[in-house]
Unconditional design. Structure first.
Length: 235
């Protein structure tokens, strides 16, 4: 693939290294110097690439989506914190016949963790004596709290657990990311936990999403990528 990186922070640089190691080409890298570009100007820079991977800020997501539509480039959206605009972004992509895949977390392990949490929540919903809680920890530079991953986990749990439960967030040091779901009862506690050792899992997942979205049209969540992979491996 010929990839455009929108954002060359820690994640962008990591994706650049790993994508190159996999034999992909970085056609263009959009950094802080381009933050004030209009959607049309950004589209001009994106011409000639197949897919863009965006790890910037929530406030830039709409511009980046519009630029990719204008340039006819698929977009992998790794930025979080834009959920309030999801309906608007989806309409822009759908009306523009675009190609878009997003995820609160592109880690393959986290996406398998979602499935474990879903099954566990369904089981514990049958036992009212257990109360549920969610905790997440990230490095102090992460701006959104709770994380997009924690909010996704909250939505999964809420499919089964109707009683209110807490979601807590910690921002400190250099923690790559830890998420816990607990079920606490009178006599015991069951704790499910995913701990990221590094950001490489997120980067590999974003590259996987970029490989998957090529040639497709539509608005997808990364779970669709994982569903297809899991189905293929069951055969």
């Amino acid at each position: 693939m010929k990839i455009a990186l929108i954002g060359r922070g820690a994640m962008g640089k990591l994706i650049e290294r790993l994508a190159t190691e996999k034999g992909h080409e970085i056609g263009v890298a959009i950094d802080d110097a381009d933050a004030s570009l209009s959607a049309s100007d950004l589209a001009g820079k994106l011409k000639g690439v197949e897919v863009a991977i965006d790890f910037t800020t929530a406030s830039a997501v709409r511009r980046n989506v519009e630029a990719c539509l204008e340039a006819d480039v698929s977009l992998v959206e790794g930025t979080t914190g834009w959920n309030a605009e999801r309906d608007v972004i989806q309409k822009i992509v759908t009306d523009g016949d675009g190609s878009f895949v997003f995820g609160a977390n592109f880690s393959i392990g986290v996406n398998l963790f979602y499935r474990i949490v879903d099954h566990a929540s369904e089981l514990f919903a049958k036992f009212a004596e257990y109360e549920t809680f969610i905790e997440e920890q990230h490095h102090s530079r992460k701006k959104d709290a709770p994380s997009g991953t924690a909010l996704k986990i909250k939505d999964i749990v809420a499919r089964h657990i109707t009683k209110d439960f807490s979601v807590s967030a910690t921002r400190a040091g250099n923690i790559p990311g830890t998420h816990r779901v607990g079920f606490d009862g009178p006599a015991d506690q069951i704790l499910l936990e995913h701990t990221a050792r590094s950001r490489e899992g997120f980067a590999y997942g974003a590259i996987l999403a970029a490989e998957w979205i090529i040639g497709k049209k539509g608005f997808y969540e990364f779970g669709a990528v994982m569903d297809e992979i899991c189905q293929n491996r069951e055969r």
